[in-house]
Design a binder for this molecule. Structure first.
Ligand code: GRF
Length: 209
């Protein structure tokens, strides 16, 4: 399977995916890494691994639709099977989402539907989790539809919040103990055709899960 990974930041999830592809756990290749931030370290990670690194910003286009049309053309030219959002700070419109229906996935650093939606990204999520007094948190891998953080859930994993956690320590543990594990796993299952979507329900056809 051919993947396109969209990023805006450090790309630690991208790295986890690259590593699992390298050891043969995920039957796929990353055709390109696309960033809307020029200085995203994720682009550097792509280059270091011999993956095409592309910078395209919404600002280079007169409208969101023009931007998304360009991206759709690019992805179709490269015959991309799945679009992987890994810290991509941009909300796709219905147009883009329909072009790749059930082919776009995202990871969010909370147990959705809690702490998702508008303004909930990066460290804000973990700050809100602590402010609310949550005892557990985690991450969610989900299909992307037109509702931000609202598509069908593929995988979730929880960890306990500690009394001495800060937004920063929580962010680090959610990344290391949850995100870097469940995102590569979800992509592996997707590429092995083990994931079926029926309305809001996602069925995983794997004995181990
Ligand atoms: C992750 O926390 C992910 O859940 C969220 O954005 C962050 C990206 O981190 N969507 P990285 O760039 O993969 O290190």
């Amino acid at each position: 399977k051919k993947l396109a990974v969209f990023v805006s930041g450090s790309g630690s999830n991208l790295q986890a995916i690259i590593d699992q592809i390298k050891i043969g756990e995920i039957p796929a290749t990353i055709s390109c890494v696309i960033s809307n931030k020029k200085d995203a370290y994720a682009l550097e990670r792509a280059r270091k691994n011999g993956i095409q690194a592309i910078y395209i910003s919404r600002r280079d286009f007169p409208s969101s639709l023009e931007y998304e049309k360009y991206l759709v053309k690019l992805l179709k030219c490269q015959k991309i099977d799945y679009v992987i959002l890994a810290g991509f700070l941009y909300i796709f419109s219905e147009y883009f989402v329909e072009e790749f229906k059930n082919k776009i996935i995202n990871i969010h650093p909370s147990l959705l539907p809690a702490f998702g939606g508008k303004g909930m990204y990066g460290i804000n999520v973990h700050r809100s989790v602590l402010e609310y007094g949550m005892k557990v948190t985690g991450a969610t891998v989900h299909f992307v539809d037109a509702v931000p953080d609202g598509g069908p859930i593929i995988l979730q994993k929880a960890i306990y919040v500690r009394e001495d956690d800060t937004p920063e320590t929580l962010q680090k543990r959610v990344l290391e103990e949850v995100e870097w594990k469940i995102y590569p796993l979800a992509i592996k299952l997707l590429c092995e055709d083990k994931i079926e979507v029926a309305g809001r329900k996602v069925i995983i056809k794997d004995k181990e899960i």
